[in-house]
Design a protein around this ligand. Sequence first.
Ligand code: RM4
Ligand code: MN
Ligand code: MN
Length: 430
Amino acid sequence: MSYRIPEALIGEENARLAAAQAEDYAALGRRLRRAGVDIEAITARVAAFAVAVPTWGVGTGGTRFARFPGPGEPRGIFDKLEDCATIHQLTRATPTCSPHFPWDKVDDYRELAEFAAGLGVGFDAVNSNTFQDQPGQTLSYKFGSLSHSQKAVRDQAVAHNVECIEIGEKLGSKALTVWIADGSNFPGQSNLDRVFNWYLESMGEVYARLPGDWRVFLEHKLNEPAFYSTVISDWGTSLMAAQALGPKAHCLVDLGHHAPNVNIEQIVSRLIRAGRLAGFHFNDSKYGDDDLDTGSIDPFRLFRVFNELVDASARGAAGFDPAYMLDQSHNVTDPIESLMVSAMETQRAYAQALIVDREALAGAQDANDVMLAHRILKAGFVTDVSPILAEARLRNGGAIDPIAVYRASNYRKVKAKERPAVAGSSSGIV
Ligand code: RM4
Ligand code: MN
Ligand code: MN
């Protein structure tokens, strides 16, 4: 049996912090009550909030220059699931993980599903991968996949996506996420219209294979690895594709995949209005698709995104059912610590957005009282909601301070012994 953090250790650490937590929670409750906010209602919503962990995120990431592997890294999907389960055990915010194929391929998916269930982890959207060539693959994706100029390559990419759906069905997933690296590096390399058409044809075939209760999440990205044009480059292209494909197609927003300085929360608002917001790949970004930890660079932007989500939910926007996932690359931190903190940062932004007095905000907006409107919105962001997050964890059986318990457990050290390093580990450079 491999090591799991003992529940008793969580209990001991919680006991040490319980009095201070109770005091802070009561004080925040009194403060919020003065503003007409019921802390219990916010805590209940935070406790019900869930974000999926990417299986590729629990391995150490890297850049195109180097990867510096850490001790006790997961050697394959079974180890990755253990790490995902540990993140959920302490934070109680990540009951599912989002697998990536073929990185997470196994022979027996029933065994994998049972193993995950035994750890208390479920499966969120399955991710296909036609941005790399795999050993033994017949045709290369060097010049594209679903939008390749040659039909045989497009067919191979369609077949891979269909296989991902079939695997996902065995795992209990309900969505396929498709991100393609297709695009061009030189003006003239490809015809901008023809490649989009090929993409739509190929995705039409994938779409036709979606089970009745499934959705497909189209993930756009401005650039990289293609540096002149990317086939699914922005939310406009993504929305055009989703609308052409049909009602099961939705647009996924990865926070690092946009043009610099673009107003992401407005994109979110437009996609909600169109009834096509698939959900998110949360991360943070300074320059591009940096895949930094969620909320580490611009927590105010994350808050503004959640403000749109809370607003949409409050007004009962039609078809609003976003899937929340993290998508990060941890190059210099312990991935488990990063993912725990990131999950908690999404909860923080959610709680802050829930605190905003929406009626007062609408009133100030209608009266064109700009400063008051701004201050009402900002009041949510500047509130330290940490006691609410800790309380939600505590009530769900998690840790008041997940990082403290994780460090006290020596989990990584124990895993370093349990998981001797293997050459060519499946944790790629992402
Ligand atoms: C991409 C994109 C996808 C992820 C890969 C690993 O940039 O964000 O979601 O699957 O990276
Ligand atoms: Mn992504
Ligand atoms: Mn990305």
